[in-house]
Write a new protein. Structure first.
Length: 360
């Protein structure tokens, strides 16, 4: 389908989806600010701090809202076309529902590309900036609710490391404890440093102490300055205590290849890498799952039920996709199955609905 009709359908779907995206992202932003504003004000950051926090959180809210916005946008578009009897007129000219979907296809493809870019490039940068800003604006000393720092552990390319305290920008470490293994994979050396500072390419250690195990002897060395050669970078430190670290595809590949540091199981990074490419397909799946709304304005009186069916299928897809992702993160399912299972299953269901509607 080409010409003014195809442009009209795409424009209607785009307008509805963008409107729903703005509304859902704004709602998520308000709920997030209700939870964070008290902490921001305790840090004496004022209105500027609230606005800065909201700006850094907006990309993450958009990423979360995109799948539901695609569902609601398609649902209201189909319902509007059916209520105005425009679909009846379109099909009376010999155009089937499959052609209508193909005409609308550029819109969900556009949102799929946008979701990939936001999730892969924008969100990791803003979340890292938010972590650095949040850590650098700690509450005043003496505040009963001041955040306490716990020792953080991570596997690096140079051994198991623990940190007593990390600076807000991740470029300075107080209290480094490094445990190295020997050729036989047994504990061979402990290195402790009072401070570690990032100079742009590597870590410079201050006031270091070494304890080495050599056969039946223990060797201790005097305090000395040293260079720590490792794959750990300041950005990695800012993500260590994040329950759901947001990583770009290049960083995920680096973690799996051993070039970057990760504090979670390999299954988490495999699943996150596959989902980086499968999650944007939600916009296409939602377009198919919204198809029952095309029959919501029939005289059979089943309109409300069909709208609820479209809504239920979309929400069930989001739920199933999240559950499979959680199983993949924990290693309970293969990462590829956890990432592609829900999109493939619900896409097949949507195609079955399309075939049924086109044949009746």
């Amino acid at each position: 389908m080409k010409g003014p009709l195809a442009s009209y359908l795409r424009r209607m779907l785009l307008t509805q989806t963008v409107g729903m995206l703005a509304a859902l992202a704004a709602l998520m932003q308000v709920l997030d600010l209700l939870d964070a504003t008290t902490d921001i004000l305790k840090r004496h950051l004022g209105l500027r701090g609230v606005l800065h926090y909201a700006a850094l959180r907006t990309p993450a809210e958009l990423m979360l809202a995109l799948p539901l916005a695609a569902l609601f946008g398609a649902l209201f578009t189909f319902y509007t076309l059916a209520k105005r009897r425009e679909l009846v007129a379109i099909r009376a000219t010999g155009v089937n529902l499959r052609s209508v979907l193909l005409a609308m296809l550029p819109v969900p493809l556009l949102f799929a590309v946008a979701q990939f870019w936001v999730a892969d490039q924008l969100v990791p940068k803003t979340e890292t900036a938010l972590a650095a800003w949040w850590n650098s604006t700690t509450p005043p000393s003496g505040d009963d609710d001041a955040e306490t720092k716990n020792t953080l552990w991570v596997h690096t390319g140079d051994g198991l490391a623990a940190f007593d305290r990390i600076s807000g920008d991740g470029r300075h470490i107080d209290g480094l404890h490094l445990y190295r293994r020997g050729a036989d994979h047994q504990f061979a050396e402990r290195l402790e440093a009072r401070r570690a500072d990032w100079n742009g390419t590597q870590w410079r250690l201050s006031d270091t102490h070494r304890l080495q195990l050599r056969d039946d002897t223990v060797l201790r060395t005097a305090p000395d300055d040293d260079i720590w050669q490792t794959n750990l970078q300041p950005d990695d430190l800012l993500r260590l205590d994040s329950p759901q670290p947001q990583l770009s595809s290049t960083v995920l590949i680096g973690v799996l290849a051993g070039a970057r540091v990760g504090a979670r199981p390999d299954s988490y990074y495999h699943t996150a890498l596959y989902r980086r490419f499968t999650a944007p397909l939600a916009a296409l799946v939602m377009l198919l799952l919204a198809l029952p709304a095309t029959r919501a304005a029939d005289r059979s009186g089943e309109g409300g039920g069909l709208l609820l069916l479209s809504l239920g299928l979309g929400l069930l897809f989001v739920l199933a996709d999240g559950m499979l992702a959680a199983l993949g993160d924990g290693g309970r399912l293969p990462a590829l199955v956890a990432s592609t299972g829900a999109p493939l299953l619900f896409a097949a269901l949507g195609l079955a609905i399309l075939h049924h509607y086109d044949s009746t």
